[in-house]
Design a protein around this ligand. Structure first.
Ligand code: NAP
Length: 285
């Protein structure tokens, strides 16, 4: 397919590369142009604006930081709205409200947020959660297959995929909080967190537990693969969705506040697992 890819950050660059590897014809745009150079060397065309990137595209994929970035790229002065004749596939982690706004931009639209860190994006191991009309989701399936290892369809309303993504990130954030609290208590009890982690790995058998459990036990929060700033954004967004649905999420409120403390302590660009520092500080460590 003829594809425009907008947003070559930590996640987007690996996703775009896998589209090229799968044989799609790719035009890329990134606000900071330097980040397009490597993909240009691998065969991608480079555009000067989102509008130019999507001019003849059958699909335009956006992988941007947040609602504000997506707003600018879609509805801004050089945005894709009004020019794109194909489908917009939004893979950024954005609010359910923004997904509903994107659904009414005048072109076909699918929400397709992803689970997995940048190395999973590079290795085509992302878990894609798509939602939208059946016909449009199926039209985009070759793109999902090129970027991920599995695709789940969450419903016929695009924003439902964003609700799944936000609730999934809430699950991961809650696990970070749980590890942080357990480790703080164990450290005060004189028990090595690595020993605890081995025990938990035998119980849960999850690569997500194993990976984050190790990062927190080693207190290796830099370089960040998923920054505190973005994690805080996601907890705010899941609470906004909970409010829309009148569904209290008291645990999400607690985790959001701990991420806010991490931001206040200057940890915004550290990995979101550095929430453990806030919890350890509360324990006097
Ligand atoms: P990132 O490395 O910070 O990249 C953000 C991208 O957005 C960059 O291309 C940046 O352009 C662009 N951008 C930001 N503001 C913009 C604006 N106003 N106009 C145009 N472009 C703008 O972030 P990431 O880690 O790739 O994450 C991207 C999205 O995926 C986020 O929604 C995140 O929550 C989600 N996500 C991340 C992970 C992860 O582990 N990292 C996993 C799953 C989902 P510049 O290069 O010019 O700054």
């Amino acid at each position: 397919m003829k594809v425009a890819f907008i947003g070559l950050g930590k996640m987007g660059s690996g996703m775009a590369r896998n589209l090229l590897r799968a044989g799609h014809e790719l035009t890329v745009y990134n606000r900071t142009r330097d980040k397009t150079e490597v993909l240009a060397g691998e065969g991608a065309h480079v555009a000067d604006s989102p509008r130019e990137a999507c001019r003849d595209a059958e699909a335009a994929i956006t992988m941007l930081a947040d609602d504000g970035a997506v707003e600018e790229v879609v509805f801004g002065a050089n945005g894709i709205a009004g020019t794109l004749h194909g489908v917009h596939v939004s893979s950024s982690t954005i609010s359910t409200a923004m997904a509903r706004r994107l659904s009414s931009a005048g072109h076909d639209y699918v929400s397709a947020p992803v689970f997995g860190r940048p190395e999973a994006a590079e290795a085509k191991k992302l878990v894609v959660v798509a939602a939208g009309s059946h016909e449009v989701v199926e039209r985009c399936r070759p793109l999902f297959d090129a970027m991920g290892r599995v695709t789940f369809v969450a419903g016929s309303e695009p924003w439902q995929a964003n609700a799944v993504k936000l609730c999934g990130n809430f699950m991961i954030a809650s696990m970070l909080e749980a590890f942080s609290e357990a480790y703080a208590t164990l450290r005060k009890a004189g028990v090595d967190p690595h020993l605890f982690l081995e025990t938990m790995n035998a119980l849960f058998g999850s690569p997500v537990y194993a990976n984050y459990g190790r990062i927190i036990a080693d207190e290796q929060f830099e370089p960040a693969e998923f920054r505190v700033k973005l994690g805080y954004k996601d907890m705010r967004l899941v609470l906004a969705t909970a409010q829309e649905c009148s569904s209290p999420m008291p645990l999400a409120s607690l985790v959001r506040d701990h991420l806010l403390s991490a931001l206040a302590k200057g940890q915004g660009d550290m990995d979101w697992s550095s929430i453990a520092r806030v919890v350890a500080g509360n324990a006097g460590l």
